[in-house]
Every structure is written in structure tokens, then in C-alpha cells.
Design a protein around this ligand. Structure first.
Ligand SMILES: Nc1ncnc2c1ncn2[C@@H]1O[C@H](COP(=O)(O)OP(=O)(O)O)[C@@H](O)[C@H]1O
Ligand SMILES: [Mg+2]
Length: 224
């Protein structure tokens, strides 16, 4: 599938743009071949420095996670990686959870399915690490949850040696915290007191990592 695609002909072959590239974000295209649509997350149009450092790194990270989770329903399938700079993946028809609570309330069943999905990728040894951002969870047209944006994910194998294993466990917990955060927006009455307790006592670790990431983004915006 999509064998003729290259970073250099993407512009010509795309059939829709979801988002233009910015200084720190890839372009998102839609491509279609034999009636199959795919989403392309493409760093090839980003500036030279960003493209060849962070861009390549994130494509490698995301590709690695998507390959590992290939058999898991709820994670887009990976078709191809183009020149280390762009990922061609299954398009999930649906919409993201960003601001969704202003339009509708997701039922509790959505969040239990999301929890099963998170348990599914944890069982395969991958922590997502960026689930707190609502745009990274999609509500599929089938009503089911999908998780995208695996560039920040980490795998258990890389973090197996102590004390890294503790960090990995922290990230597993953060993925679960993210579900509670989303659930609080949609069905707060379904959040159990035990979940609320855990959420209120989450550690500063996650906040620290977020702060570092935000600084890095600002820094890259300045230099790219
Ligand atoms: N596989 C996919 N199917 C449908 N839409 C997608 C898919 N991947 C990305 N998108 C859309 O593109 C947006 C950005 O993708 P994402 O992977 O979160 O990149 P980033 O966070 O770097 O902007 C998502 O919020 C979603 O709207
Ligand atoms: Mg995202």
C-alpha cells in the first residue's frame, strides 16, 4: 500500500490537508489509493534543523510504537514510513476529544473501552505518555476510542533497568490518570472516589516533564 509515495511527491498526491506545518508541528495530509484513505504525518516540510533532529526522532519513536501495537484495535495501523520523515497510517474516521464536552457528553462505556485500550498497550509494553492532551484521543464514528500521536511514547524494554523501571511505572500511571481527567469532563458522576483520590494526589513528576517539554517547544520555536 502507498508504495509510490515519497516525501517529494506528497504535495502532488495528497487529497486533503488536515493541518499545515508550523515551526514545531508536522503537516497532516490525507492520501488515497484504491479507495483506501490514509493520514500522513509529515515533517518533510518543516525547516531543516527541526526536520532533521526532532522530526526524525519523533517519526522513529512513533513508527516504533505503531509497529509494536499493530495488532491492537484502537491504534491506527502503520502503512509506511517515508524517508524517515513521514508516517503513513490508517485514517480513523471520527473526531478528537478536544472541546468535545461542549457539544456532547461521552458515556461511561466509552471510558471503560478506553481503559481496556490503555491496558492493551501497556500489556504490550508501551506507555503513551501524552494522553492528557485531549486531541490525542479520538471518538471513532463507530463510537469507540482510538489513541493517536505516539511520538512521546516509551517502551518497557528501554526502561527496564533500575531506576528507569520506576519512571516507566510512573508513565503507566499517568496514562491512567489521563483517563480520569477526560472522564471528569464528561461523566464526573462516574468517577469513583478512589479514582478521584488518586487523581488529586498525583505527583509533581508529570508536571515537571510537561514543563520541560513546553520549554523545549518554546526554545525550538525561537531557533527554527
Ligand atoms: N490516524 C489518524 N486518523 C485520523 N486523524 C488523525 C490521525 N492521525 C492524526 N490525525 C489528526 O491530526 C491531528 C494531529 O495529529 P497528532 O498525531 O496528534 O500530531 P501532533 O500532536 O504533532 O499535532 C490529530 O488531532 C487528528 O485530528
Ligand atoms: Mg497530538
Amino acid at each position: 500500500m502507498f508504495e509510490t509515495l515519497k516525501p517529494s511527491n506528497l504535495l502532488k498526491k495528497q487529497c486533503g490537508i488536515v493541518r499545515r506545518p508550523s515551526s514545531t508541528r508536522p503537516a497532516i495530509w490525507v492520501v488515497e489509493e484504491n479507495g483506501v484513505r490514509a493520514v500522513v504525518k509529515d515533517y518533510s516540510a518543516n525547516r531543516f534543523f527541526f526536520r532533521n533532529t526532532i522530526g526524525r526522532f519523533l517519526v522513529w519513536r512513533e513508527g516504533k510504537a505503531l509497529r509494536k501495537l499493530n495488532d491492537l484495535k484502537g491504534v491506527p495501523g502503520l502503512y509506511r514510513v517515508l524517508g524517515g520523515l513521514a508516517l503513513v497510517m490508517e485514517e480513523i474516521p471520527g473526531r478528537s476529544l478536544e472541546n468535545l464536552e461542549k457539544e456532547m457528553r461521552l458515556p461511561e462505556s466509552f471510558f471503560s473501552a478506553l481503559k481496556d485500550l490503555v491496558d492493551g498497550f501497556h500489556k504490550r509494553g508501551v506507555a503513551h505518555c501524552d494522553l492528557k492532551r485531549a486531541p490525542n484521543t479520538l471518538l471513532g464514528d463507530d463510537g469507540l476510542p482510538y489513541v493517536i500521536d505516539w511520538g512521546a511514547s516509551i517502551s518497557k524494554g528501554e526502561f527496564r533497568i533500575s531506576p528507569l523501571d520506576l519512571i516507566y511505572r510512573r508513565f503507566l500511571l499517568d496514562d491512567h490518570m489521563a483517563i480520569i481527567k477526560l472522564k471528569l469532563r464528561h461523566t464526573p458522576e462516574a468517577v469513583t472516589s478512589e479514582e478521584r483520590e488518586r487523581y488529586d494526589h498525583r505527583s509533581g513528576g508529570e508536571k515537571l516533564i510537561r514543563a520541560i517539554r513546553d520549554r523545549l517547544r518554546e526554545f525550538l520555536q525561537r531557533i527554527t
